[in-house]
Design a protein around this ligand. Structure first.
Ligand code: ADP
Ligand code: ADP
Ligand code: ZN
Length: 216
């Protein structure tokens, strides 16, 4: 199965994609993670993306399409992939259709995660991530089992994203509304769109997505 998780910043896309990857053997393709790795490595792409990401704006489509095209072509993506953070514009969605068509692959489901704007800001400002394995946490909603120690890899180092603040969140939300929300009718018209209640607890959201993947 190949799916897209679609939702505003902080909706829970990364959280659910990590769990789907761990439990269902699909691969998480997070364009945000790929871009942050590019920024950290100082690559050409990273240099172009850094300031744009810090402002909360979208990285140009041409760069994003090249990035995801290379990733989808890698052998592990044949197990089924979860797109987390891509596509974010209509041009990206069209480019995705084209690349999947050429590769003989298909998009099975687009899962919309609906969350109130107030809850999104609370999620974003409390978010932190294991610096070693990338597991996501939250100060209030998903603390490590032992304070200061990653549940998955035992690391004691965590990071916070520069763009995870209330100010940048406004720009990110505006980009979502103007450029990404129009993808809902785009996929709705194709019959692949399904909704989950992103306000529910993480386990419940996971249960709803699993139901969609098994055909419910
Ligand atoms: P996204 O990838 O859509 O930006 P994340 O999965 O990183 O979102 O989630 C944002 C933050 O909210 C993280 O700190 C995560 O632990 C927390 N979170 C995710 N899903 C839920 C949920 N259903 N209820 C409460 N907090 C959540
Ligand atoms: P979130 O999980 O909070 O929605 P991401 O980690 O997906 O955020 O993305 C962080 C930033 O990376 C975005 O604000 C944007 O600048 C850039 N980015 C990620 N994916 C894309 C994309 N598909 N198109 C354009 N910019 C992107
Ligand atoms: Zn870890």
């Amino acid at each position: 199965m190949n799916i897209i998780l679609l939702g505003p910043p902080g909706a829970g896309k990364g959280t659910q994609a990590q769990r789907l990857q761990a439990e269902k053997g699909m691969v998480q393709l997070s364009t945000g993670d790929m871009l942050r790795a590019a920024v950290a490595s100082g690559s050409e792409l990273g240099k172009k993306a850094k300031d744009i990401m810090e402002k909360g704006e979208l990285v140009p489509d041409s760069l994003m399409v090249g990035l995801i095209q290379d990733r989808i072509a890698q052998p592990d993506a044949a197990k089924g992939f979860i797109l987390d953070g891509f596509p974010r514009t209509e041009a990206q969605a069209k480019a995705l259709d084209e690349m999947l068509g050429k590769a003989g692959k298909k998009l099975d489901r687009v899962v919309e995660m609906e969350v109130d704007e107030k809850a999104l800001t609370e999620r974003i400002v409390g978010r932190f991530t294991c610096a070693k394995c990338g597991t996501g946490y939250h100060e209030k909603f998903k603390r490590p089992k032992v304070d200061g120690v990653c549940d998955v890899c035992g690391s004691k180092e965590f990071t916070r994203r520069k763009d995870d603040n209330a100010e940048t969140m406004k720009t990110r939300m505006a980009a979502y509304r103007a450029q990404t929300e129009p993808l809902l009718p785009y996929y709705g018209a194709r019959g692949v769109l399904r909704k989950v209640d992103g306000m529910a607890a993480m386990d419940e959201v996971y249960r709803q997505i699993s139901g969609i993947l098994s055909g419910a």
